[in-house]
Write a protein that binds this ligand. Structure first.
Ligand code: ZN
Length: 412
């Protein structure tokens, strides 16, 4: 599938430090250890609706990781999927009486435009579920050979007990797993399953639903196995980071890891699992079911500067749950005006220490709020808001422009 155009990323005069990141499995901030190229998989959208602020926060978070690795001297291979056939998409298409393929293409294109506007570096491999069906079928065969697959009517299920480390990603106990499974696409109550937590690998054709011929029978892939198959194909096992929103920890990332480790028992799926917090609005998590969504494209169409939107996201630590308000956006518009004013002076307070501080903050679990605070301090010193303007660095503006773009993805 086509990705989106890559924005220019300037190179910095100094190399950033090695990158540490919070790992959901160990519950600690640990060093990432890319062996040569850094390998990143971030779970993509199901394209039935436009990109909301919660999605944008997640993709901007992992964009900071991509940039931090590049600034530390690594090349990066980045993979992202599009779940372009799944129940929510088919249900929405049915409800609004639009062909599901058309809906998926339209919303995927809008997502590309939103990501471009936010200057998110594109994945090297942007892959749809439909186009990856042969990979999924191959992986299901490997799981069958490992004795981890069984049939319920004509559907194929993955047996979670096949993975002795099941539960290692989310570290949830069974009761908690059962409690949240149904809310996140699972079917714990289906009769005929060996374990209520088992997940569907291949869903046999139903009347009125799309299906593809395969040696498994006509049907379509389950959600988790789609990401497992793509990550294994395009990154191999033991890749550096699987990322996504915190609502993907269980069951999605747990199942991805389990399936991969049963298919390839000698290696871990990802070295590290990283998760972004949830963005709320009007007192609740922003979600389709609550109807409290703020769309990136609506803001763009209202002439909001996408860089102000990006700065609003950067003002919150990626792991925090926080609440969106319009006031936050307008505060960022004002902040950017100050930053541009300081940069327009050409000379300013010494920029070298700001470069160090920003790169250090981002390499330390993507601490963008600390990075933007360092920029604020430089702006204050340059504009002399304390009455003492500092213009001792003749090259400051050039350095700051490069830094903001390379490290934070903010093009001023
Ligand atoms: Zn995924």
């Amino acid at each position: 599938m086509r990705s989106w155009p890559a924005p220019e990323m300037p190179t910095l005069p100094v190399r950033g430090p090695a990158v540490s990141l919070h790992d959901t499995v160990s519950g600690a901030v640990v060093p990432t250890r890319p062996d040569g190229r850094a390998r990143l998989y971030v779970c993509g959208i199901t394209p039935y609706d436009a990109t909301h602020i919660g999605h944008a926060a997640t993709y901007v978070a992992f964009d900071l990781l991509n940039r931090a690795w590049r600034n530390a001297g690594h090349e990066v291979t980045y993979v992202q999927n599009v779940t372009d056939v799944d129940d929510p998409l088919l249900e929405r298409a049915d409800k609004v009486n639009v062909d599901w393929v058309e809906l998926a293409e339209r919303e995927t294109e809008l997502f590309r435009q939103d990501m471009s506007a936010l200057r998110v570096l594109p994945p090297d491999h942007y892959i749809g579920a439909v186009e990856s069906i042969p990979l999924v079928v191959e992986l299901i065969h490997r799981l069958e050979a490992a004795g981890a697959v069984y049939r319920v009517e004509n559907d194929l299920y993955y047996s979670v007990t096949a993975d002795p480390t099941f539960g290692q990603v989310s570290r949830l106990d069974r009761d908690e797993m059962l409690r949240i499974y149904a809310d996140r696409g699972g079917d714990p109550d289906r009769e005929g399953k060996k374990d209520p937590l088992d997940c569907v690998l291949w869903r046999a054709e139903r009347p009125g639903e799309p299906a593809w011929d395969s040696p498994l029978g006509r049907g379509r892939p389950g959600w988790h196995v789609e990401c497992t198959a793509m990550a294994m194909e395009y990154l191999g096992t033991g890749f550096d980071v699987q990322g996504g929103g915190s609502d993907l920890v269980f069951p999605h990332h747990e199942m991805c890891a389990g399936e991969a480790q049963v298919a390839a028992p000698d290696s871990r799926f990802a070295q590290l699992y990283a998760h972004a917090g949830m963005v709320g609005y009007d007192g609740e998590k922003m979600s389709k079911s609550k109807g409290n969504l703020v769309f990136v494209s609506h803001l763009r169409n209202s002439d909001v500067d996408p860089m102000a939107l990006r700065l609003t996201l950067l003002r919150h630590h990626y792991r925090a749950d926080w609440e969106w308000t319009d006031q936050l956006l307008w505060d960022s518009v004002d902040t950017l005006a100050d930053w541009r004013k300081a940069i327009s002076l050409g000379a300013g307070a010494p920029a070298g220490p700001v470069v160090e501080a920003v790169l250090q903050a981002l390499a330390d679990d993507l601490d963008a709020p600390r990075a933007t605070a360092a920029v604020d301090a430089w702006v204050a010193a340059t504009l002399g808001t304390d009455g003492l303007a500092d213009t001792s660095d003749a090259e400051a503006a050039v350095t700051m422009l490069r830094l903001l773009d390379a490290a934070l993805g903010l093009a001023l």
